[in-house]
Design a protein around this ligand. Sequence first.
Ligand SMILES: Nc1ncnc2c1ncn2[C@@H]1O[C@H](COP(=O)(O)OP(=O)(O)OP(=O)(O)O)[C@@H](O)[C@H]1O
Ligand SMILES: [Mg+2]
Length: 312
Amino acid sequence: MRTGQVENVVGFDGAHVIVLGNEKGGSGKTTTCFHLAIFLLYSGFRVATIDVDSRQQTLTQYIRNRRDWVNSHNLSVPQSTHYHLPLSKSDSVSNNHRLEFEVFSHAIAEVESDFDFILIDTPGFDTNLTRLAHSLADTLITPLNDSLIDLDVLAHIDPQTGAPRELSHYARLVLRARKERLAVDGQTIDWILARNRISMLSSRNMRLVQTGINQIAPRLGARVAEGIGERVIFRSLFPIGMTVFDPIEDPGKGGTLSLSHKSAHQEYRSLVSVLNLPISNRAKTRFSAREKWAESNNGDPLQFEHMLPKTQ
Ligand SMILES: Nc1ncnc2c1ncn2[C@@H]1O[C@H](COP(=O)(O)OP(=O)(O)OP(=O)(O)O)[C@@H](O)[C@H]1O
Ligand SMILES: [Mg+2]
């Protein structure tokens, strides 16, 4: 991708851009993207979501499912302002790329100054727009499942020791995006490797993966987050467009929250605090006004405090 494309879009100082990326399909990008978006909305932030996966559009479907469920159950839950790319109709690849780029830049331009966070879900394969999205990331989250196949997305691993050998295509893509971003506006990308679908049972394979991640991360200038366990609750959430943060109860447990649900909730909160997301001065002013209002009305305390780094 030409640097010019990044320059056309980068350069805004409003919203903080969080990108979910990993060339390995099914690692949990969309699930994590949607959960973080809803979590940030519940924390009082203004959140826009962009689905860059023009083929599967799973995030878009998740959001549609949410809208339908909310309407049919008369629920009041937050929704993000959402953008998705057109399904490619033209036979011309370059025409499709041009159209996608136009829609994407238009979406960024619309939300950059009025939102606190933009969450971008990318597909499990390399496209022009995937690269562009990575170059825009302030925070990049790469979910990794507990398998050596997932680690292979970052670097080829010694199967005996878990030690990384040469870097893989996706890792090189991110390092290039980082370099490009630095050249354009002097900003860097905070890259988080977040383990996902962690098995409850420890195994040799799991330890190898853990060793591998810990060894690769410093080479990539990435940080590691403990991440999210393998939990059945996620299977039932997609069709109804809900997250573990929404007011849903587990019908199988007589209407109370299951342990799996509560644990997933806690794990996501921990993931968010590891992200060290910036709270802009504008958002702080808004929060402080809301806090005063909540105090004078005996309202709930605000929820974003736990996102601040422990040292603040
Ligand atoms: N922590 C988890 N525990 C159990 N299942 C999970 C978890 N996270 C994601 N899943 C399930 O894994 C599957 C793949 O997740 P998801 O669609 O989020 O991955 P993806 O990386 O976006 O995939 P793709 O590359 O195809 O876009 C889904 O069925 C989802 O419900
Ligand atoms: Mg996806």
